[in-house]
Design a protein around this ligand. Structure first.
Ligand code: FAD
Length: 545
């Protein structure tokens, strides 16, 4: 290219850029316009200096005529493509075309720029030496004063390394996800706001099982309530935790599930440009939560535990029946003894001889009676004192349901068991509470057996109400008449039409247990479809004042 040719090419380039700036087509990136406007500085820069600035621009710039014939290329274009400007001037931009770009991309490009719109996209280019690179390209049409297309302004940069990095990242991500998905563990990454950033197949399956309740939140709630776990603490102190077993109760009454949870703190790097120099201080905390389901082994342990509970409850039941019978006998004996005592206190019985003999007999009967009462009292098995411990009420109720399975099935009763997914621990006596709920379930079964309903149901719900655990036991049996609602809790009251072996002490003892736990047991007076009982147990239970 001769010197005069190159001056002509420069002049054309300046003209093209001036036209471009005078009437930029819609869609030209604002930063590009700004860059060129600063270069042009509204005529403050002499044309030579302005062109020098375009020459030095850190992006490959080319200006073509409307048929894509190159009029001007800058220095970076030469460096990037390997073509000198003399070699490409007058040639079509297709000199850079590689067969790796689908023809549809070119069709789209041309349709766009001929429509006076800016095209942005990626093309596979080849350099003069045949090597290929990925070009990120912006082509802006430059309109002439008549509104026709005078030039095209092309700007491109080599994004091969960026693309390779992206590909590698995608591969790494794919690899990580495949490994996570293949693992039989539930994995989730949470940020400090408890938002799930990443999860795996097992996690998604759990999300389905819990009907859309976020499992990570259930785990955190369970860890927090049962072990005082604090996500903020993990972030600050950086301490993780490992193999903490938590129980989750799926909605719809499915059996409880157990997970051994571990967590490690992971720093999420800040991507904001302004924090480039502050990375270490501003990294945000994330928690990698890994939960291994241990329900099967828990169930085996539970089965063995349930057998122990079964025999303990059978013993407890026997002792209770004995206590009820002896208490009943004492109660029955008290009646005649009171009559004798009253007779002895009558004034006419004294001091006549005949009557003295009668008095002696009565006195003797009274003494023997008292002695019998004392003997019976001594024979009363003392209620077993049980240590209070930290309990999960859902677990207690689940045990009771399992212990009652036979009777429920035999009576054709449908149980609608709706435990709260996560409940805080309660301090109380496990066996006493099992006995309490067993007697409530037994009562519901008896009520349903006495009713003529074809569809027999028991609903069992648990929930947290402030600092109290509430257990709701509802049956759709005949219900309790208003006049009996208080008497039900009196000793030896029996309202069943078929009392069988019931001595009328079940609810009395149930109430004793509730009172010992500082709670309450009441019948819902407004419930009309059967009987609904509320058991309210303060969380501190027997651990409170
Ligand atoms: P061709 O067979 O020539 O074209 C492929 C298809 O593109 C055609 O079937 C047709 O639909 C469409 N097409 C081509 N030319 C025209 C036209 N003049 N009018 C309407 N439709 C047309 N290409 C690159 O590969 N790399 C670049 O870096 C590059 N930069 C460019 C910069 C500018 C400013 C402009 C205006 C174009 C640029 N092009 C670039 C596009 C280039 O001009 C070619 O269109 C493209 O390279 C395809 O050429 P080809 O010979 O491989 O295929």
């Amino acid at each position: 290219m001769s010197r005069s040719d190159s001056i002509a090419a420069y002049d054309q380039a300046i003209e093209a850029i001036q036209h471009f700036l005078a009437a930029p087509v819609e869609g030209v990136p604002a930063e590009l316009l700004d860059a060129f406007r600063q270069l042009a500085a509204k005529g403050m820069l002499p044309p030579g200096l302005f062109l020098e600035a375009v020459e030095q621009a850190p992006v490959a710039i080319s200006i073509t005529d409307p048929a894509a014939r190159i009029l001007y290329v800058n220095r970076l274009f030469e460096q990037l493509t390997g073509y000198g400007r003399e070699e490409v001037t007058g040639k079509n931009e297709s000199v850079l075309s590689s067969h790796a770009t689908p023809v549809t991309v070119y069709q789209d490009l041309w349709e766009c720029i001929q429509d006076r719109r800016v095209w942005k996209g990626a093309l596979v280019n080849h350099r003069k030496d045949g090597s290929e690179y990925l070009a990120e390209l912006v082509i802006a049409p430059v309109l002439n004063p008549q509104g026709g297309i005078g030039y095209y302004l092309g700007m491109h940069r080599d994004v091969t390394e960026l693309h390779q990095l992206e590909q590698r990242l995608k591969f790494q991500k794919g690899l990580t996800e495949a490994a996570l998905d293949a693992a039989p563990l539930v994995v989730a990454m949470l940020n400090a706001d408890r938002r799930v950033l990443l999860d795996n197949h097992a996690y998604k399956a759990l999300l389905g099982d819990f009907r859309g309740l976020e499992p990570a939140h259930l785990f955190l709630d369970a860890l927090e309530r049962e072990f005082g776990f604090d996500l903020g603490q993990v972030c600050q102190a950086g301490n993780g935790f490992s193999n903490i077993e938590v129980r989750l109760d799926p909605p719809g009454g499915a059996p409880p599930r157990w997970f051994a949870c571990s967590g490690v703190r992971v720093a999420e790097l800040d991507e904001a440009a302004q924090n480039y120099f502050k990375q270490s201080q501003l990294s945000r905390c994330c928690l990698l939560l890994v939960a291994n389901e241990v329900t099967a082994s828990r169930n085996r342990i539970n089965e063995a535990r349930l057998n122990l509970i079964r025999s303990a409850m059978a013993e407890q039941q026997m002792a209770q029946t004995l206590r009820e019978s002896i208490s009943g006998a004492i109660f029955k004996l008290q009646g005649p003894l009171n009559v004798i005592k009253a007779a002895l206190a009558m004034p006419g019985l004294d001091p006549c001889a005949d009557r003295c003999a009668l008095r002696k007999v009565l006195q003797g009967a009274l003494e023997t009676g008292y002695e019998a009462v004392e003997n019976l009292r001594a024979a009363l098995p003392s209620p077993a004192r049980e240590q209070a411990s930290s309990l999960n009420i859902n677990e207690i109720l689940h045990d009771v349901l399992r212990l009652s399975t036979q009777s429920l099935l035999a009576s054709g009763i449908l149980v609608d068991w709706r435990p709260a997914p996560v409940l805080p621990a309660l301090t109380g006596q496990a066996n006493a509470l099992r006995g309490l709920f067993k007697s409530l379930i037994d009562n519901a079964i008896q009520a349903l057996n006495e009713s003529n309903r074809s569809q027999r149901e028991i609903h069992l719900d648990t929930r947290l109400d402030g600092r109290e655990l509430v257990v709701e036991v509802t049956d759709n049996g005949p219900g309790v008449p208003a006049r009996d609602r208080l008497r039900l809790f009196e000793p030896f009251f029996c309202g069943w039409t078929r009392p069988g072996g019931h001595a009328g002490m079940g609810l009395t003892m149930a109430q004793e247990v509730v009172i010992e736990h500082q709670g309450s047991l009441e019948i819902d007076p407004d419930f009309a479809g059967g009987c609904r009982l509320f058991v309210r147990l303060p969380l501190q239970g027997m651990g409170g004042d």
